[in-house]
Design a protein around this ligand. Structure first.
Ligand SMILES: Cc1ncc(C[n+]2csc(CCOP(=O)(O)OP(=O)(O)O)c2C)c(N)n1
Ligand SMILES: [Mg+2]
Length: 811
């Protein structure tokens, strides 16, 4: 061996031993982490034991700028890319809410739901190309797949779209790979298959590793996977001469050198050629079972457990290290370790480091809680002495002192119980206590409650209104033209915008709101996709996480349900679950409400509203308003769902002359008609009917004030509706959702949150659709949704109750 070869052997040896040590550290974390939970120091624990070695290999191929989209088993990988320390792992088991201790979610997520920070504390982007990135994990099995597609697609966009040269914080010419990980059993989920097919079509730089331990909790492969072999059945996706498709590798999870080779190769193909890759990593196992919720001895046989032990990747790597020996031409022998003692030493060190990390994490978690408890006890004792209820207070103090529970909660429970005994007294310490409680609650409300929406100056609520302007002789045009011309302006102004969906590209959407745009902006920015709403949403989320401004089109509102899991579990929770350190300002464009038949007329707004807390839900009444929302949201860093009116594209609207500039404000209502007898509140397509009914009622002496909500979430932030009710003293909410749906939400906002109840002289009324789904055709609509006649009569009979002399019964 030459001196140089010797040196490189020394480097190699160092790397191998460092890798093994990390594998041991990671395993120790799993074992001790589980113990901590079983001792009551954490609510739940799930760990990455049994999957250490392949993750070391994945980390070697993972470069700055790359993204991981994975699941709870990946702690070794996260440690290997330096994005997780053992101490941080334990902090998240304890649920430490200090984000410096638990950077992955600041205590909001279960442990091992990893994330790196894409955003600085002030919400501005970090340089993602200068760090190794991980999207924030979600618990839903395979839920990480749809976004993986978008994370990978972003590289393709950055490589091929002109005008993105300045986006250097996000990409270096599209040389970034998105790495997915998924458990074998989770490949049974639809999201996995949809992603695989879409990635094969799109040809994006994505490497999916399947960690195969032949189980999904207690359910073995024979109930999960056809032929019990995922790479076998994926073979049809293998690319061939002249076709698109995947490269597929299979490798044993304990074979360290083979794993390194496969991951290097996969990374290179994906990075250079933008080809998606599947790596099926077999022969993995679970040394301590699935999670702390159970023990696998319950469902695995003795033989199975013994077999698993025999393929433990850490043990196998250890054996490989011990047995490794090469002899050079001169007969000199090279080994990683001289004897087993050396390796035992390394293992002892690793175990010691983990113990120390655990101790520090626990002390960091417990110290502020105990400090608060000590302060509080001192204060409570003084209060007890001064109070006439000393005996009662002392009982609580003594319970508090004996309570060994180390959480924030007991501090508040006892303090708040004691407040009840001093309501009639007044001394300085009482006020100190009241302030202490208020401040302590505020601190943790913020730690647990911040960042559902953006808190930056780009938050949707901070983007102010700009009205559309018109030439004197502005023509009335088909409303879809207004959308088209506005999108054209936006796409010219913002090279980072792209739009995609079913029939979105070549024909420019089913209603031609994008007519001619593909020709103008290219297939990469205005594109058709397969019929696959979940991954359309995922594409949008992933690309938005990498600095692009995607508009994902869901062809009809009713089909949003296919994407709802992704939008709810991933998009809506992203900013919140990462405690404001990741964002995906995705805009979802769709069209819905009243048209023709069960799946093209639905208005399932209550479901959407409830599932998408964290996303702006915008319901414009016409296309000028809709275009204004697109303009607003592109200035904002919040995500949004914009629902256009299906029956509005061919209606005439006056053509503005400030396309791309006028903005519809989020969270602000608009009064369309002023009136004095009743406030009518509605949104979307229904508004036209409400206005018609209101005008007809005018002829009969009933004066209606009509308010367009425009934005279901955030809702009427200026509380303008209650101002109207104060004047009219009557309220009716009209929509096309089911009874008790969005109308109940609106009623609660107005009557309860805005306190309109105190101004009401009549029962507040909701007028929604029938409970059954909207039936086909003109008459189906008439008997499913509320018509202007229904609205007229409902208001008229309310006025009949108020003044039966003036408003004689209709029937
Ligand atoms: C959509 C969904 N269904 C069920 C669960 C409950 N669950 C959590 S992990 C798991 C098994 C996953 O097995 P596998 O994908 O093989 O990963 P492993 O834990 O074996 O690494 C299940 C059923 C979940 N988290 N999400
Ligand atoms: Mg499994």
């Amino acid at each position: 061996m030459t001196a140089r070869q010797q040196l490189s052997f020394e480097d190699f040896k160092k790397e191998v031993l460092a890798d093994y040590k990390l594998a041991v550290i990671s395993r120790e974390c799993s074992i001790l982490g589980r113990q901590e939970v079983l001792m009551g120091r954490g609510g739940f624990g799930i760990f990455g034991g049994g999957k250490e070695v392949p993750q070391l290999a994945m980390a070697k191929a993972f470069k700055n700028g790359d993204f991981r989209s994975g699941y709870y088993r990946d702690q070794t990988f996260m440690m290997a890319i330096d994005a997780l320390s053992p101490q941080e792992l334990f902090a998240s088991v304890y649920g430490d809410t200090d984000i410096t201790n638990s950077p992955e979610s600041g205590g909001r997520q279960m442990n091992n739901h990893f994330a790196t920070h894409s955003l600085n504390e002030d919400g501005t982007w970090k340089d993602l190309t200068a760090q190794k990135n991980s999207a924030s994990d979600i618990s839903c099995t395979a839920g990480q797949m749809p976004r993986l597609l978008g994370l990978a697609q972003a590289s393709k966009v950055y490589r091929h779209v002109d005008g993105l040269e300045n986006f250097t914080k996000f990409s270096n010419k599209g040389n970034e790979v998105a790495w997915g990980t998924i458990g074998n059993a989770s490949t049974s989920e639809g999201g996995f298959w949809e992603t695989i097919n879409a990635a094969g079509v799109l040809q994006v730089p994505m490497v999916i590793s399947i960690w195969d331990d032949e189980y999904g909790i207690s359910v073995p492969a024979k109930y999960q996977t056809t032929k019990e072999n995922i790479s076998e059945i994926l073979k049809g996706f293998q690319r061939e001469e002249g076709t698109n498709g995947f490269e597929i590798f299979t490798v044993k999870g304990y074979d360290y050198p083979a794993l390194i080779e496969v991951f290097e190769k996969a990374g290179k193909i994906a990075r250079d050629e933008h080809i998606p890759i599947i790596i099926h990593v077999t022969d993995l196992m679970q040394p301590i079972g699935h999670s702390t919720s159970g023990s696998h001895e319950r469902y695995k046989s003795e033989e199975r457990l013994a077999y698993e032990k025999s393929i433990d990747c850490n043990t196998k790597m250890r054996e490989w290290i011990l047995n490794y020996s090469i002899t050079d031409a001169e007969g000199a022998v090279y080994k990683f370790v001289a004897n087993e003692e050396e390796i035992i030493q390394l293992e002892k060190e690793a175990a010691k480091e983990v113990k120390q990390a655990k101790r520090e994490a626990w002390s960091n978690f417990k110290q502020p809680i105990q400090k608060a408890k000590a302060e509080l006890l001192q204060l409570l004792k003084t209060i007890a002495k001064k109070s006439k209820n000393e005996a009662f207070i002392n009982k609580h103090i003594s319970d508090f002192e004996n309570d060994m529970d180390i959480h924030v909660k007991p501090n508040l429970v006892y303090a708040r119980k004691i407040v009840r005994f001093i309501t009639e007294e007044d001394f300085p310490e009482k006020h100190t206590l009241l302030k202490w409680i208020k401040d302590y609650i505020a601190l943790f409300k913020n730690r647990y409650g911040s960042h559902l929406y953006s808190q930056t100056k780009h938050a949707a609520l901070n983007i102010t209104e700009i009205l559309p302007t018109y030439e004197d002789n502005a023509p009335e045009v088909d409303a879809r033209i207004i959308l088209r011309d506005n999108f054209t302006e936006l796409f010219t102004k913002h090279p980072e915008t792209l739009i995609f969906g079913e029939d979105t590209g070549y024909i420019g959407d089913v209603n031609q709101g994008l007519e001619g745009m593909q020709e103008k902006f290219g297939e990469m920015r205005v594109s058709d996709t397969g019929i696959r709403e979940a991954t359309i949403a995922g594409q949008g989320i992933g690309m938005a996480m990498r600095g692009l401004r995607p508009i994902a089109e869901i062809q009809y509102l009713d089909y949003l349900l296919y994407a709802l899991q992704v939008l709810s579990d991933d998009l809506a929770s992203l900013h919140y679950r990462s405690a404001g350190r990741q964002k995906a300002p995705l805009i979802i464009r769709t069209r819905g409400h009243r048209l023709e038949g069960i799946w093209h007329s639905g208005s399932p707004m209550s479901g959407i509203n409830n599932f998408l807390k964290g996303v702006c839900i915008l319901v414009p009444r016409n296309m000028t308003k809709a275009a204004g929302f697109f303009n607003t949201m592109l200035e904002s860093d919040d995500p949004a769902l914009i629902i256009e009116n299906l029956n509005g594209y061919r209606l005439k609207e006056k053509q503005p002359n400030n396309f791309g500039l006028f903005r519809t404000p989020v969270g602000v209502v608009e009064t369309l008609l002023e009136g004095t007898d009743i406030t009518l509140v509605s949104y979307g397509s229904t508004l036209k009917l409400v206005v018609r009914a209101a005008l007809e009622l005018r002829q009969f002496g009933i004066s209606c004030e009509v308010i367009d909500i425009q934005s279901l979430m955030p809702f009427d932030i200026n509380h303008d509706i209650v101002k109207s009710v104060k004047k009219t003293n009557r309220l009716m909410v009209i929509d096309e959702d089911v009874p008790g749906g969005a109308s109940a939400f609106i009623m609660n906002e107005v009557v309860n949150t805005q306190n309109a109840y105190q101004y009401l002289d009549s029962k507040p009324i909701t007028l929604a659709s029938e409970e059954h789904r909207p039936a086909y055709g003109t008459d189906g609509d008439y008997f499913s949704n509320k018509s202007p006649e229904d609205i007229f009569e409902a208001i008229y009979s309310l006025m009949n109750e108020v003044n039966p002399e003036k408003f004689k019964p209709l029937y």
